[in-house]
Design a protein around this ligand. Sequence first.
Ligand SMILES: N[C@@H](CCC(=O)N[C@@H](CS)C(=O)NCC(=O)O)C(=O)O
Length: 245
Amino acid sequence: MSYSLYGAPDSANIIVHMVLEHLAHLVGPDELSYELKWVDWSVKEHRSDQFLSTLNPQGLVPVLVDGDQPVFETAAIVLYLADKYQKLAPLASAMPERPRFLQWLFYLSNTLHADLRVQFYPDRHVVDESAVGPLLEKTRERVAGHLSLLEDELAKNSSGPWLMGEQLTVLDFYLGILCRWSQLYPRGRALSPDVLICLPHLQALLTELEQLPAVVKVFPEHKIRAPFFNQPSPPDLSVEKVSAF
Ligand SMILES: N[C@@H](CCC(=O)N[C@@H](CS)C(=O)NCC(=O)O)C(=O)O
């Protein structure tokens, strides 16, 4: 099966990119191949009529195209892929792993990622520019609270470093990127890396993630140098090429 993945450097598509790469490694190129379709941020290609009418009416990346079916929303895409290949997620019948897995997938998507979008684009959430500073301060506090809650959850796992314990799942790729971005964007006004340094289980997960072959392969394609998750640096690209700069 061959897919097209639409996205931009260091944007939410990088989560899907890592998942595709990891799955391709597991099932082999005959079962899964993909092509990256870079969307040109500098000309707002994601807001073009063509993109809005055929790929995602929200004007957001990522979009995965499977055959002639586009799928948007990061969580939906990674769940779709995990279920299709029966890898990187507990099976639908697995108890109690599956409800726990779904709970954290929705938490990452609806709570942590949603608040990070406020952190990245605060001007979209205020009427008056003077409200941006206080909004950012409160949002960073909320994000730090979500990370601390995830740290508590990870601390309960004795079987392994991942959010589901022993089993690496799509959750870990998603969480890793959200941790990365929380410290980077918006440039100069993101969460202090010190917040993550004080969360040892989250640090351990990020360190494990850093070494996965899929991660090591994908990040350079986004012009990102290691370390990718712990005290990360932005892509070596001009500001207008990256969505949340
Ligand atoms: N809820 C969406 C959020 C995706 C998202 O925030 N994409 C960003 C890039 S990281 C984007 O396309 N931003 C463009 C914009 O907001 O105008 C998802 O999970 O796919």
